[in-house]
Design a protein around this ligand. Structure first.
Ligand code: ZN
Length: 132
């Protein structure tokens, strides 16, 4: 398993990690198989969405922060319930096929780390499985 570190700089942010993951695929030498991306945190997640227009990321954050407000009558004493809920809604793993050494993403797709309780230093775990 490979991993890399993300330094988020805002309370909530969506950070494109496609190139870091493609680099891990390239260095592995694996041509065909499956790439698993896993976020080992309870207040961060991962999603695949549009990487062409950066406004998509800001719109997603604007709406998720409205749907799950930072302050409400939450009981969790750490005070970051909104981040836990957002992390579960987005999910903490993605699966991407590999073909000829490339991540098989749609034309407009990228892989995004989703910070919901930043700024923090975070880990991304990547596991590559070669097809027989
Ligand atoms: Zn908490």
């Amino acid at each position: 398993m490979e991993n890399f570190t993300i330094h988020s700089t805002d309370r909530t942010s969506i950070i494109d990690i496609t190139q870091q993951i493609q680099s891990i695929v390239k260095e592995s030498g694996i041509k065909d198989g499956v790439c698993y991306v896993f976020i080992p945190h309870t207040t961060a997640g991962v999603t695949i969405n549009e990487n062409a227009d950066p406004d998509v990321k800001s719109d997603m954050l604007m709406e998720i922060n409205k749907v799950i407000p930072f302050s409400d009558s939450y009981r969790h004493i750490e005070g970051n319930s909104a981040a836990h809920i957002k992390a579960s809604l987005f999910g903490n793993s993605e699966t991407i096929f590999l073909k000829e050494g490339r991540l098989q993403l749609g034309t407009w797709q990228g892989i995004f780390f989703c910070e919901f309780d930043g700024p923090r230093t975070r880990k991304v775990w990547v596991n590559l499985i070669k097809s027989e």
